[in-house]
Design a protein around this ligand. Structure first.
Ligand SMILES: [Zn+2]
Ligand SMILES: [Zn+2]
Length: 258
């Protein structure tokens, strides 16, 4: 079995004390592909460094909507340079977060559009962070022609209707730890409504631990809990879910399948 953690922040300082052990535990649990995601220039740089050091680790460079007000011409130049690494397989995370509004909305929109255009220049798929901004994200993806790039709706939090709109844009739907929470209602419905070959899995570690680890630091080894829940919802085995989700992620990101 080979699981793909399509959204992790393994280069974050939360893992500085024990990163090799975290990776070892993940591999032991069957997680053998990692996409580690930058949220600004500095963390994108460390994501690329980690991906260059670990064969099964790949990187994405991007400016998170929380950090959108940091975006300057120098940011886009840095991303372009970092994306020259063969281990950079996507741009992101990018998008809109109208829940926390840590950057002004107009700056979030500007940074989001700018990164989609950069992804187009570089010919790479995009990783979307979307919170309480579903309609606005859809309009921007449509207006910027994101269909031609493809990408992943990371930590999907919408309903089945929003999922359908994302699928029509050619995007994959990424399921994170919240699907394992006992009070999850919409997410299990989404898992059943989305074609199996359009689903991928993620931890978003160190955040969002699945149910048995709530309150702890999340790590990629825990992806098995999310995968098992998805398997139960779909009436598949864990191995079948691993196979179909890993294949879809590898196809989108142009990573050779394991
Ligand atoms: Zn995010
Ligand atoms: Zn993230």
């Amino acid at each position: 079995m080979v699981l793909f953690d399509t959204h992790a922040h393994l280069h974050f300082e939360e893992f500085d004390a024990d990163r090799p052990l975290v990776l070892e535990r993940a591999r032991g649990a069957g997680v053998r592909r990692f996409l580690t995601i930058g949220i600004d220039v500095e963390t994108s740089r460390s994501a690329v460094a980690l991906a260059e050091a670990e064969a099964d680790c790949f990187a994405a460079v991007g400016l998170h909507p929380h950090e959108a007000s940091k975006g300057t011409d120098a940011t886009w130049i840095a991303f372009r340079q970092l994306a020259a690494s063969p281990k950079v397989v996507a741009l992101g995370e990018m998008g809109l977060d109208f829940f926390r509004n840590l950057s002004p909305r107009d700056e979030q929109v500007r940074a989001f559009r700018r990164q989609i255009r950069l992804a187009r220049e570089l010919g790479k798929p995009i990783l979307i962070h979307c919170r309480e901004a579903h309609a606005e994200v859809l309009v921007i993806l449509q207006e910027e022609g994101a269909r031609e790039l493809g990408g992943i709706m990371h930590c999907f939090s919408g309903d089945a209707e929003f999922a359908k709109a994302c699928l029509e844009l050619g995007f994959l739907i990424s399921i994170a730890g919240p699907v394992t929470y006992p009070n999850a209602r919409k997410l299990p419905e989404v898992v059943r409504a989305v074609p199996q070959d359009r689903l991928v899995l993620e931890t978003d570690c160190p955040y969002l631990p699945p149910q048995p680890h709530r309150g702890q630091r999340n790590e990629p080894a825990y992806l098995t809990h999310t995968a098992r829940r998805v398997a139960d919802l779909l009436g598949l085995t864990l191995e079948e879910v691993a196979e179909v989700t890993t294949a879809s992620a590898c196809r989108l990101l142009a990573i050779p399948p394991p």
